[in-house]
Ligand binder design. Structure first.
Ligand code: FYN
Ligand code: ADP
Ligand code: MG
Length: 586
């Protein structure tokens, strides 16, 4: 009880921010200390939050983004002003592109100096710069508004289509104080931040009827379906209808990749041949050739232009983005799939199963591709190639289905996607919609810190690893159960390009030959292994999974293995002169 003569208890901006985050169950900050937020990191840790300190803000931001994807709660990234903010912006934009919920909180310079461009320390109008690159952006100038600012950022990040939100906190805000009781009252515990969005019954019925009439139906599962955590209903929808499905890369594991209805190994057949395609949390963007072109049969193909699309998505504007959507079902995937199941169950045993011809043709294509893949995987060349090394990783994940698999690169990404089967949802964390390099170590740290406690395996191209490799120190510092496997083929795509002038500089796409990345992990007390055979690779990964020690395995891969940009070579415009550019995969 305070009396008039006693000073009223005060609370400052630092503690209002911390209390606002904790009040909303946000207990982890991924960031880097520095002006003006160093004390915020200290106070947050002292208040019981986990503060994971990185070596570069981009990696902290990527960690926050994938934590959001895994948990449906916005990951929090905290950076200093200007350059630190800009480093985080790459991850914030990537999160927004991928529909991952995260909040980038950056300290900033004082408005009155920035707005008059008077040359403050790290002066930058961060809010204005962030706005076009993220889902929402807010700035808080007064301590009493911190509760509202954090609440708005949370709701913006996870409601509707999830995405990245920027929260700008000028330096002076942290030292502001207010009456502690009023401060407590100013904080908001957000009620129902991601409200269910129930689809219209007529939209559901339209979709049911279209599916019912299909002769060659196909379901495409996207990372939105994985994010929705409606796993049982999604599986029930697939299995009750008997419709074959195609998982996009981060939807792998929603149903085990070995599921009989998976059409992943017949991708090029099912996309053009299907007569009704139901997209669940998947956009018809570049990864699905915009629903057009040769992937979908192309001009002259019997399906061309006659395919019908059902699209289940929380964004009403996603429909018709690329091709006409005949049955848009707008709502959250959990509610939409549940409503669809209601309609399917109403049909009882009369739901028309896909034709035997359709399923038979798919099986034939699958068997052919799986047999072809099997032949390649059975080879044991020296040095290893992507296939022989990934054959080991395939076994490791099969034996450890709960392990997280982080994956980035070009060939290292594409070959892993088709060779390493996934068995559980939200376990494959990769470059996603933007195809961006550099997500590796940030994703690996987040999987270890914000995941379900399972070990983390990161299969990295040697080029891709280079973008975030310094975080190996972070992984060791927090003693995280992360095993990094670098597919080291001496360069970007391959290690064989040469400087056509014969001059002293090596070609732009090659690295130091036979680099020993494993020494980097040893430098910080982790386990480094140099693996030149599948046997050595298997032993090292099994040991890392068993001991849960930070481990980096330098897997020596034939430098002639792989193709330019992996399976998206066509996106790399070429004059066709580069040597070996498209030498067949060895
Ligand atoms: C797939 N396939 C298989 C299997 N899985 N065969 C045997 N066994 C299994 N388990 C077959 C599949 O049917 C295809 O053969 C082929 O393997 C490739 O399958 P994938 O990878 O699923 O399909 P595709 O055509 O590559 O998909 C297009 C794409 C994909 C754009 C969605 O390439 C992709 O996601 N790329 C991401 C690229 C990226 O972001 N890179 C990062 C930056 S690269 P067919 O059916 O016979 O065709 C920097 O340079
Ligand atoms: P992929 O690359 O795996 O195909 P995309 O990122 O292209 O997946 O598509 C994800 C889609 O899922 C986006 O259009 C997004 O609006 C949608 N989405 C994300 N979360 C949900 C949700 N909870 N309910 C419904 N749709 C969602
Ligand atoms: Mg390489």
């Amino acid at each position: 009880m305070t009396t008039d003569t006693q000073p009223q208890e005060q609370i400052d901006g630092f503690n209002l921010v911390i209390n606002a985050l904790k009040l909303n169950g946000l207990d982890t900050i991924f960031g880097l200390p520095g002006i003006p937020i160093t004390d915020l990191t200290r106070k947050a840790q002292a208040a019981g939050m986990r503060v994971i300190s990185f070596r570069h803000e981009q990696n902290a931001g990527n960690a926050a983004a994938i934590a959001g994807f895994m948990t449906q709660k916005p990951g929090i990234c905290l950076t200093v002003s200007a350059p630190g903010f800009l480093n985080g912006l790459n991850a914030l934009t990537n999160a927004t592109t991928n529909c991952f919920p995260m909040i980038l909180i950056s300290g900033s310079s004082e408005r009155e100096i920035v707005d008059l461009q008077q040359g403050d320390y790290e002066e930058m109008d961060q809010l204005a710069i962030a706005k076009p690159l993220c889902k929402a952006a807010f700035r808080v100038l007064h301590a009493e508004d911190i509760g509202i600012g954090v609440a708005r950022a949370i709701r913006a990040a996870v409601s509707g289509r999830p995405g990245g939100v920027y929260l700008d906190l000028p330096a002076k805000l942290f030292a502001q104080t207010m009456d502690a009781a009023a401060g407590r009252n100013s904080l908001i515990k957000v009620v129902d931040p991601a409200p269910r969005q129930i689809p219209a019954p007529d939209a559901v019925n339209r979709a049911i009827e279209l599916l019912k009439g299909a002769k060659r139906p196909l379901i495409v599962l996207g990372k939105g379906a994985a994010y929705a955590q409606a796993d049982a209903d999604i599986r029930a929808l697939v299995e009750k209808t008997g419709i074959p499905y195609l998982p996009m890369s981060m939807a792998k594991g929603l149903l085990p990749d070995t599921h009989p209805q998976s059409a992943a190994a017949a991708r090029s057949y099912v996309l053009p041949e299907a007569d009704v395609v139901m997209l669940i949390g998947a956009r018809l963007n570049w990864l699905l050739s915009h629903g057009k072109g040769k992937t979908w049969g192309g001009k002259g193909h019997k399906a061309w232009g006659s395919q019908k699309f059902v699209q289940i998505d929380i964004s009403p504007q996603e429909a018709d983005s690329n091709v006409r959507i005949d049955a848009p079902v707008v709502g959250d995937i959990g509610s939409c799939v549940s409503a669809m199941l209601g309609g399917i169950n109403a049909a009882g045993g009369n739901w028309p199963k896909p034709s035997a011809d359709w399923l038979g043709a798919i099986s034939e294509r699958k068997d052919k591709n799986i047999a072809k893949m099997g032949e390649t995987l059975a080879k044991n060349p020296t040095p290893m190639n992507f296939h022989s090394a990934l054959n080991v990783m395939r076994d490791i994940i099969k034996t450890n289905p709960d392990a997280y698999l982080v994956n980035e690169g070009a060939n290292a990404l594409d070959f892993t996607r088709s060779i390493v089967d996934m068995y559980k949802p939200r376990k494959r964390l990769d470059v996603g919609t933007w195809g961006v390099m550099g997500i590796g170590m940030g994703f690996a740290v987040a999987a270890a810190v914000a995941g379900d406690g399972s070990p983390v395996i990161a299969v990295e191209g040697d080029s891709a690893f280079g973008f975030s490799g310094m975080e190996v120190e972070t992984i060791c510092r927090y003693n995280l159960p992360v095993c990094v496997v670098i597919m080291n083929n001496n360069g970007v795509y391959r290690g064989t390009d040469v400087n056509p002038t014969g001059g002293p500089d090596v070609a732009p796409t090659v690295f130091v030959k036979n680099a020993r990345y494993d020494k980097l992990m040893e430098a910080f007390g982790g386990v480094g292994v140099h693996a030149t055979t599948p046997t050595e690779l298997r032993k090292a990964v099994e040991e890392a999974v068993r001991t849960r020690k930070p481990t980096l395995i330098n897997a020596v891969i034939d430098e002639t293995a792989g193709t330019e940009s992996g399976r998206i070579t066509s996106l790399n415009p070429t004059s066709g002169t580069a040597s070996n550019r498209n030498k067949p995969i060895s």
